[in-house]
Design a protein around this ligand. Structure first.
Ligand code: CP3
Length: 349
């Protein structure tokens, strides 16, 4: 290992991924590069979100934006879980002030057959280029986290055409045409493995799988329709690279989420961290799990709540501090900084 590699390898974040002792509990914040930062909003006045993602220089700049001001222990690549849908032939736009919108959604077996295989080396090379630039620009002890959406969450957007409350079309396809469902999940899984490994080759030291909406499923449906596919993505990741497996609303699915895999399991705020870790098992790390809206409270309250999460982790090796889901755009930047400082201070060994 070169000196540079060894500094990264021994960073608190990667040590925590391997459940090794750390100087302090590492923290990063989901959506840490985003609209709660003025510098981000200023850039967005001039450039659309998708243009930002597809311009490696801008994506790298935004990835680095929160590192020093917020003081986090890891960077996450600026991109989106939905970029992978474009190369399948599904159109993607982000309307101003609204969420993503996907054209020609996938609703039938014939729609699934029309999808193209994803070859990220061609169609998503801009993400890999951004990762290379970020790695050059990051301090030597700050790891870069690559990521993708888990097959279920990506599929749900492709089928619904956007965000959803009840996942009507998603579950309709799942129940009416399980063959088409599994074919879609397999196509996505093949593309996602190549996509994650491309990010790793370009400079990411760890990856996170976002299964943000999987909490809408019954345990039986998770086992039949989702678990095998998330597992095949995780098993395909370049050996030696830690995988964080995150979902929300997973309190009833946690054991199966673990079965699908992951070195570190992401917990949302609806479960207590100590209870969650006990169910996950101490042979894996956990990430989480402060309620994101606590960051709208005063710094004293943020510190008090951060301490409760740390107390529940009990100083055990393998805890990565994070919010239970993404940071809200209404969060004052000083509050994000106050959280990071509190976590570092309270957890100093
Ligand atoms: O965490 C980071 O800072 C890295 C970048 C990142 C973004 N999206 C940037 C983004 C990551 C990791 C994501 C993942 C993502 N994207 C998820 C999973 C994470 C989660 O929150 O559950 C999902 C479901 C998406 C799909 C998506 N992209 C939605 C639903 C939206 C709209 C959200 C909103 O608040 O309006 C986006 C847009 C998006 N992705 C923005 C950013 C910074 C906002 C774009 C803008 O208007 O500037």
């Amino acid at each position: 290992m070169t000196d540079t590699e060894s500094r990264l390898h021994n960073s608190n974040f990667l040590r925590a991924c391997r459940r090794e002792p750390v100087d302090h509990t590492p923290i990063w914040i989901m959506r840490q590069a985003g609209r709660y930062m003025k510098e981000y909003r200023d850039l967005r006045e001039k450039v659309s979100f998708l243009e930002m993602c597809k311009n490696p220089e801008l994506a790298a700049e935004v990835t680095l934006m929160p590192i020093e001001p917020i003081g986090v222990d890891a960077a996450i690549l600026f991109a989106d879980i939905l970029l992978i849908v474009e190369p399948t032939g599904v159109g993607l736009t982000f309307a101003k002030g609204e969420g993503p919108s996907l054209s020609n959604p996938v609703r039938s077996g014939d729609d699934v057959k029309r999808l193209r295989e994803v070859e990220p080396a061609e169609s998503l090379n801009y993400v890999f280029e951004a990762a290379r630039l970020v790695r050059q620009g990051l301090p030597g002890d700050i790891p870069l986290i690559g990521f993708c959406g888990a097959p279920f969450t990506v599929a749900s957007y492709m089928i619904e055409g956007g965000g959803s409350r009840d996942y009507l079309h998603t579950k309709t396809l799942m129940y009416r045409d399980p063959g088409a469902w599994h074919a879609l999940m397999e196509l996505l899984s093949r593309g996602l493995v190549k996509y994650l490994n491309g990010q790793i080759a370009a400079g990411a030291q760890a990856v996170q799988l976002f299964d943000s909406w999987v909490g809408c499923l019954s345990p039986d449906d998770y086992r039949e329709f989702v678990l095998p596919h998330s597992r095949s993505v995780i098993q395909g990741v370049t050996p030696g690279t830690p995988v964080i497996h995150f979902g929300t609303g997973t309190a009833t699915l946690l054991e199966m989420v673990c079965e699908a895999g992951g070195d570190v399991i992401g917990l949302d705020w609806r479960i207590q961290l100590d209870e969650g870790w006990k169910r996950v098992g101490y042979d894996r790390g956990v990430q989480g799990n402060l309620e994101p809206l606590v960051l709208l409270a005063e710094p004293d309250e943020i510190r008090r709540r951060a301490k409760i999460v740390l107390d529940r982790a009990g100083g055990r090796n393998g805890h990565i501090f994070n919010l239970g889901h993404g940071i809200m755009r209404q969060t004052p930047v000083e509050h994000a900084r106050a959280l990071v400082d509190a976590v570092h201070e309270f957890s100093a060994r």
